[in-house]
Design a binder for this molecule. Structure first.
Ligand code: TMP
Ligand code: ASP
Length: 243
């Protein structure tokens, strides 16, 4: 397999074409951004940790029958994935209230949802990724009703798998964001699942292991991603590990 030209440079990942039809390479960089790129920093080892983290989670999801774009990890920072036609919606499930929900509705941080809460956001940095409804998505043709229903279902299915996977590692899955795309008439989970796009807390102490450490200047960002990775049994080359 030959890596071809760069087709997209996102805030934290670069996407390359390959000589394989339908396959792309995603490269996790050391860039960290928040608040729609208003805050930016480079954090050593981030690309590698996220590449291994994502590969581990995507393989667990595939094993439970959740179709996703991940094919294989190529090296420390790059993975081979299916080329999806991405839908410009972000699917969020919240088990515990945090982040924008607390601000938007005045809900107290840590409020436990009896039933997980689902939200769609429109993926547009310039607009600040606004909350949208199914009606907006239909009106503007971002996805059809069947696709929206499937995205919602799959996002909840991911919750069932990951809540228990994280619980076994003593970690609370607070919330997370997923993105989906079309591939030969079917919906596949795309993008990534890493501590950049979820909130994960120690089940006992509620220590934060995710990107809120970066957003809130809590320090030791990657060290905490690695605590979660280690607890989940994610391994990567010892020379690159901090502990
Ligand atoms: P929020 O509290 O900012 O709405 O985010 C909810 C969860 O989804 C949190 O784990 C972060 C993730 N998320 C992203 O990673 N990128 C996004 O653009 C959005 C809207 C949420
Ligand atoms: N949409 C925001 C961003 O990508 C979410 C965050 O603050 O992390 O920067």
């Amino acid at each position: 397999m030959q890596i071809g030209r760069e087709i997209n440079r996102g805030k934290t990942k670069t996407i390359y074409e390959t000589d394989l039809k339908d396959k792309l390479v995603i490269e996790f960089r050391d860039d960290a951004t928040a608040f729609n790129a208003l805050k930016h920093q480079r954090l050593a080892r981030k690309g590698m940790v996220n590449n291994y983290f994502n590969a581990f989670i995507m393989e667990k999801l595939a094993a439970k029958g959740i179709l996703n774009h991940f094919e294989s990890r190529l090296n420390d920072t790059q993975s081979l994935v299916k080329r999806l036609d991405m839908i410009k919606l972000e699917c969020v499930v919240r088990n515990i209230a945090a982040g924008s929900l607390c601000k938007r509705l005045g809900i107290e941080l840590g409020y436990n949802f009896e039933t997980p809460l689902f939200e769609f956001f429109y993926k547009d940095d310039a607009l600040g990724d606004p909350l949208v409804t199914v009606e907006h998505a239909l009106a503007f043709g971002w996805a059809n009703a069947q696709e929206l229903a499937t995205m919602r279902e799959l996002t909840f299915a991911v919750n069932t798998v990951l809540k228990s996977l994280f619980a076994d590692a003593g970690i609370l899955l607070v919330d997370y964001k997923l993105e989906f795309g079309r591939f030969h008439g079917e919906l596949f989970l795309g993008d990534e699942f890493t501590p950049d796009g979820c909130r994960i807390w120690d089940a006992k102490t509620r220590q934060i292991f995710d990107k809120d450490r970066f957003r809130q200047d809590l320090g030791d960002v990657i060290e905490n991603y690695e605590i979660a990775a280690k607890r989940l049994g994610i391994t990567y080359p010892a020379a690159a590990q901090t502990t």
